[in-house]
Design a protein around this ligand. Structure first.
Ligand code: LLP
Length: 423
């Protein structure tokens, strides 16, 4: 749990504000973030990098609320994007396009054109076909696109298979064995300029060795390219460290950075990071209220007002996120509960077999929900997505309203009468 979610008088607070007052104000379910936590987690990367050439490109996919992007942009963040939509969000939030790197295996032409138009820092190219297309598109725009090749270093990140990306059999990047040839090709093409080497081996890594193994392979490539007069200016090491969901103890970011620098030695490169989870996860919780308790012979169910459509990580990855009562003052009997939502699927749960002393009407907090929470929410079962509230000190700010129901079908249309009238 983040140090910005703390207990005072047996009540869970976000910074100096009781979470219960956020629920009273904005209802549940509701995402609640701590501005101080976002700031601190960003500075955990920035501080050890001070005095070196670096760029911390926050991965938008983690949590792309404009208030968060704006806060991070003011701290000097760059951004890692994977779509046109994410690029437009950076611009809408006042981010600097010159600090944007564009990842993703399926960049469309229109996305490339817009990124060239606003002048992003670098395209992280994930295939030879993409390289050829980018060269063509940049040519048409009369530009030279700065590129990194995302290499697949074939290291095992030892994380959940859905979020492990650096193995040979993943769809991401170009096999490290082919990378040299692809860089040579890039060097020949008139409208791309190879400036970086990029990799991202997976997410929720709680040990350093896979990152360092990947770096070693990148550095070998870096040195070989230098011999061929291809001078790389930056190394992009992809996503950040894992976080504490269930007692994991990831190494401090400063140790990670120190280990990287030691390996890089006196090579003159800018370091780029694309952290997401380590900045956002423990900067947010999902608040939800218990609608009904349904104790049973085989299982006890607590049915809450948040569901898989609000937070899909448990359903999709069997992810474990801590669930606590927000107010511990009243005591009830302790039992084991499955915390489930109202969606009509057996997979709709937030936590299983949790030992909790709860009653109907209690407010619960699902912890570590700031990353891959709201951004993965859907409207399944025609449920509106929850509001997002940012707390600063003892003040709450609504940074996204609860989706009004009518907007859920606002873009839909009935068939014209003639199309359905009997012939
Ligand atoms: N850069 C690239 C190219 C990525 O694909 C990702 C995450 C990141 C950076 C950020 O990595 P982080 O610092 O967050 O580890 N939805 C899943 C996680 C998917 C991660 C996808 N890529 C989850 O909820 O666990």
């Amino acid at each position: 749990m983040s140090t910005h979610f703390v207990w005072h008088d047996e009540q869970l607070h976000v910074e100096q504000l009781p979470l219960s007052s956020v629920a009273e104000h904005f209802g549940t379910p509701c995402y609640v973030y701590s501005a101080a936590a976002f700031r601190q987690h960003f500075l955990d990367y920035a501080r050890p990098l001070e005095g070196t050439r670096h760029l911390i490109c926050y991965a938008l996919k983690t949590n792309s609320n404009l208030a968060i992007l704006n806060l991070l942009a003011r701290l000097g963040a760059g951004f890692d994007i994977v779509s046109l939509g994410e690029l437009e969000r950076v611009l809408a939030a006042g981010g600097d396009p010159g600090r944007v790197v564009f990842s993703g295996v399926g960049k469309r032409e229109d996305e490339m054109v817009r990124a060239l138009e606003v002048g992003i820092k670098c395209f992280n190219v994930e295939s030879e076909a993409e390289l050829e297309r980018l060269n063509e598109v940049a040519g048409r725009c009369d530009q030279v696109a700065a590129i990194s090749i995302r290499v697949n270093p074939d290291v095992d990140a030892r994380t959940h298979p859905y979020i492990s990306t650096g193995l040979k059999d993943n769809k991401f990047g170009i096999a490290i064995a082919d990378a040299e040839r692809v860089y040579q090709r890039a060097a020949e093409l008139p409208h791309v300029s190879p400036v970086g080497i990029d990799c991202h081996i997976g997410s929720q890594l709680t040990e350093l060795s896979p990152f360092l193994d990947a770096l070693d392979r990148l550095l070998t490539l870096y040195d070989r390219l230098a011999e061929q007069d291809i001078h790389i200016k930056h190394l992009d090491l992809g996503g950040g460290l894992g976080v504490d969901y269930a007692g994991e103890i990831p190494p401090p970011v400063a140790d990670y950075i120190a280990a990287l620098r030691q390996r890089i030695g006196n090579r003159d490169v800018e370091l780029i990071f694309e952290p997401g989870r380590s900045i956002a996860a423990n900067a947010g919780v999902l608040l939800t209220r218990i609608e009904y308790l349904k104790p049973g012979e085989a299982k006890n169910f607590a049915i809450v007002d948040a569901a898989m459509n609000d937070l899909i990580r448990p359903t999709l990855y069997q992810a474990w996120q801590n669930i606590t009562r927000v107010d511990q003052r009243q005591t009830h009997d302790t039992r084991h509960w499955d915390i489930v939502g109202p969606v009509c699927e057996s997979g709709d749960y937030l936590g299983k077999d949790r030992e909790l002393a709860i009653a109907q009407g209690d407010l619960l907090a699902v912890h570590s929900a700031g990353a891959y929470g709201f951004v993965m929410a859907s409207n399944y079962n025609t449920r509106s997505r929850p509001p997002e509230v940012m707390v600063v000190g003892d003040q709450m700010h609504l940074v996204r309203e609860r989706e009004p129901l009518a907007t859920l079908w606002a873009g839909e249309a009935l068939l014209p009468e003639a199309a359905i009238a009997p012939q």
